[in-house]
Write a protein that binds this ligand. Structure first.
Ligand SMILES: *Cc1c(COP(=O)(O)O)cnc(C)c1O
Length: 430
């Protein structure tokens, strides 16, 4: 099909994320991708290729068209791309589950494979509610989170997204009403705020009787505003949950697999949740798959109840193709020097974003692991900012009042510098 025809049909028929129908802005047509570069079908702002500063929403940590992941996909495709998971099992799912148990913090031993991050959060919530129900404490049905979070776009996850800043305020009267603590004070290295620690402890204590679980993103709040906080706040939630009989769910869908400089962000806090959600980088950005892990206590608690099963089973649960690629992706990560690469990118982002701090309209810049953020003091003009970045040869997708990047871990130093230049240009123009 001709490019104009494709774009025309796209506009007429294809819904894009968070977009209207028919679409009002023209998406870029991508022809292929390799390494850290997206190849466009046509020149845009003078460029045919763009360095991907987004890792396709945190997922493509090894870059595109990676020989090891391609090989894993091809090999599995020749055996079977899918079989149902009810009553059947297969090597890719078993291998992946074992690997996830091995690499995640100790104590998380059981793995539910889900088909997207949002679904893995739904499963986590269902696990927690059902756990208490099985203990005869069916009144513990609510969730506690802090403001500024993001947990996905299906119903339960939406109910714990930031009720104001996010896109879900529209549904505030319809969603389950959860308990919100204030947003964690900013700064990964900032000394923990005693008053806030007390606020968290008190909020858990006050609502303990009705709480099934506390659910938060540890250390980095991603799509809710790209903010970093002290691991001490995650630690105090663990303590408060233990003290008051509440389960702790950590959503590591964005932070998992090295992005923050630790393999899992909960390691910064030195704690283990009762339930953990993984997704995004799990398959190296190849296919959709997520996982909900839990401890034996949660699993046994559910399985001893009067409904002794977890009533959840997506059609494509455990998809062999996705599981084979996920296993290869996690293997590739662990065999390589992911920590060194993330540290190198962190250094590159810090150096390259220093200049942005002085630009008019910029409130601050912040970097943690392979995440860089330029915080503006105004709503970004998305189109102008996108064009400015593309003109500098980089794909960025700014949102709200920030321009940010989380590059693939294989991004070379020159390309990291180019991403920073593009972020500065986007911040200046947007
Ligand atoms: C992206 C994200 C989700 C949702 O995952 P999907 O695969 O988009 O459904 C949930 N939680 C966090 C922290 C995320 O970053």
């Amino acid at each position: 099909m001709r490019h104009e025809q494709l774009l025309d049909l796209d506009r007429q028929h294809v819904w894009h994320p968070y977009g209207p129908m028919p679409g009002r802005t023209e998406p870029l047509l991508v022809e292929s991708a390799a390494g850290v570069r997206l190849r466009l079908a046509e020149e845009f702002c003078g460029q045919r290729e763009l360095v991907d500063g987004m890792s396709s929403w945190w997922s493509a940590v090894h870059g595109y068209n990676h020989p090891v992941l391609n090989e894993a996909a091809h090999r599995q495709l020749e055996r079977m791309s899918h079989v149902m998971f009810g009553g059947l099992t297969h090597e890719p799912a078993v291998r992946l589950a074992k690997r996830l148990v091995d690499v995640t913090p100790p104590g998380l031993e059981h793995v539910f494979l889900a088909d997207s991050g949002s679904v893995s959060v739904e499963v986590a919530v269902k696990m927690c509610l059902q756990y208490w129900r099985s203990q005869g404490l069916g009144g513990k049905q609510r969730l506690l989170t802090w403001r500024g979070g993001y947990h996905g776009d299906t119903w339960q996850p939406m109910s714990v997204c930031d009720p104001e800043g996010g896109m879900h305020e529209l549904w505030s009267g319809v969603l389950p009403r959860q308990v919100f603590a204030s947003a964690p004070p900013s700064g990964f290295d900032a000394p923990p705020d005693e008053q806030y620690l007390r606020h968290l402890r008190e909020t858990v204590a006050r609502h303990a009787d009705e709480l099934a679980a506390v659910i938060v993103e540890p250390v980095v709040q991603g799509a809710g505003g790209m903010r970093f906080h002290s691991p001490a706040y995650v630690r105090v939630l663990r303590e408060a949950c233990d003290e008051h009989g509440v389960l702790l769910v950590l959503d590591e869908i964005a932070t998992g697999f090295g992005r923050t400089g630790a393999l899992f962000a909960s390691e910064h806090a030195g704690i283990v949740p009762d339930v953990m959600c993984l997704g995004k980088a799990l398959t190296g950005g190849y296919l959709t798959m997520a996982a909900t892990l839990c401890t034996p206590r949660v699993a046994e608690g559910i399985s001893r109840g009067d409904v002794p099963v977890l009533a959840h089973g997506p059609t494509f649960m455990g998809n062999p193709l996705a599981a084979a690629v996920a296993d290869a992706s996690v293997g590739l990560l662990l065999d390589g020097d992911w920590a060194g690469e993330v540290r190198r990118i962190e250094g590159g982002l810090r150096a390259g974003l220093a200049e942005a701090a002085g630009l008019p309209g910029v409130r601050e810049t912040r970097v943690l692991g392979a995440i860089g953020v330029v915080q503006l003091d105004h709503e970004v003009d998305m189109e102008r900012a996108t064009r400015a970045a593309a003109g500098a040869g980089v794909w960025l997708r700014p949102f709200r009042d920030m321009v940010y990047a989380m590059p693939p871990y294989v991004t070379g130093d020159e390309d990291v510098a180019r991403i920073c230049t593009a972020m500065c240009a986007a911040a200046a123009e947007g």
